[in-house]
Design a protein around this ligand. Structure first.
Ligand SMILES: Cc1cc2nc3c(=O)[nH]c(=O)nc-3n(C[C@H](O)[C@H](O)[C@H](O)COP(=O)(O)OP(=O)(O)OC[C@H]3O[C@@H](n4cnc5c(N)ncnc54)[C@H](O)[C@@H]3O)c2cc1C
Length: 241
């Protein structure tokens, strides 16, 4: 099983905030009601969102005065979730440590870092177009005012997205038991059956051979349903009958 654990992707994500001059109703209604899908061209997806103070606080870049200023403005904050559509690359994988616990090995590729920077600049433009007077994003310094809107390429760049400098999260864990034709390129067949062990099925997000480039939940359910259909068919007509 040379591909077991490989092909792991996770949509590295950032919560970005823009501060408006007056209170807004960011906490009313469905939080993910609009999205910008630029995955094919630019490698990112933007979604409207609302996170509670704790998650917002741990997601912002840096510490101290600028961080505190944004958190104090919480009722005036507009939020955008940025997902980078990372690709399956060698080295990014799920392994097992000596105690048998799962371990994720993951590094950002230059393409993922560029996608994070591009997506951040796009989100900043949306904040300012919506009337925000300043935004807080991974930049140096992290507070960007509306008067700097024409300098975004210089203010937000891939060099600002370094490990330890920004708080990046991931909720869409994909891959590790990818579907495919043989053990050379995959772990299961197109019905979630593990190659060589047809009684063993995989029916979750680990089936994806690569990043989905959109929120994965519906596709995961569809794949699980497909695996279940195959189980049902084989129960009716046992494979070895
Ligand atoms: C905060 C957050 C927000 C998200 N928002 C969205 C969204 O807006 N849209 C979207 O599409 N996706 C979203 N996702 C992603 C989505 O929820 C996941 O991709 C999806 O649930 C993964 O499905 P899964 O079946 O692979 O795994 P899971 O849903 O994690 O299911 C795994 C199950 O296995 C069980 N389990 C684990 N170990 C064992 C064991 N040893 N024995 C028995 N059972 C075990 C667990 O209890 C769990 O029930 C979000 C995820 C998070 C965390």
């Amino acid at each position: 099983m040379p591909q077991l654990g490989h092909g792991f992707t996770c949509h590295p994500a950032l919560v970005l905030v823009g501060e408006h001059p007056r209170d807004i109703t960011n906490d009313v209604g469905h939080p993910k009601s609009y999205f910008v899908d630029r995955a094919a061209e630019d490698g990112f997806v933007l979604e409207t969102c609302m996170y509670f103070p704790f998650v917002t606080a741990k997601s912002l870049t840096g510490f101290g005065a600028s961080h505190s200023a944004m958190m104090r403005a919480f009722p005036r904050l507009q939020m955008i979730l940025l997902l980078a559509c990372d690709r399956a690359v060698p080295g990014n994988r799920v392994g097992v440590d000596r105690a048998g616990r799962p371990v994720v090995h993951y590094r950002f590729t230059p393409e993922t870092l560029k996608a994070l920077a591009r997506g951040t600049r796009a989100a900043v433009r949306i904040f300012f177009a919506a009337g925000a007077r300043r935004v807080h994003v991974p930049a140096d310094p992290p507070l960007i005012t509306a008067s700097e809107a024409d300098r975004l390429d210089a203010r937000v760049a891939a060099r600002h997205f370094l490990p330890g400098r920004v708080s990046i999260s991931a909720a869409h864990l994909m891959g590790g038991c990818g579907m495919g034709g043989s053990t050379a390129d995959s772990v299961t067949d197109a019905w979630g059956r593990v190659h060589g062990l047809p009684w063993l099925r995989v029916a979750d997000a680990s089936l994806f051979p690569d990043s989905l480039e959109i929120n994965p939940y519906l596709t995961i359910m569809a794949l699980a349903d497909r695996v279940a259909e195959c189980v049902r068919a084989e129960v009716r007509e046992p494979v070895n009958a």
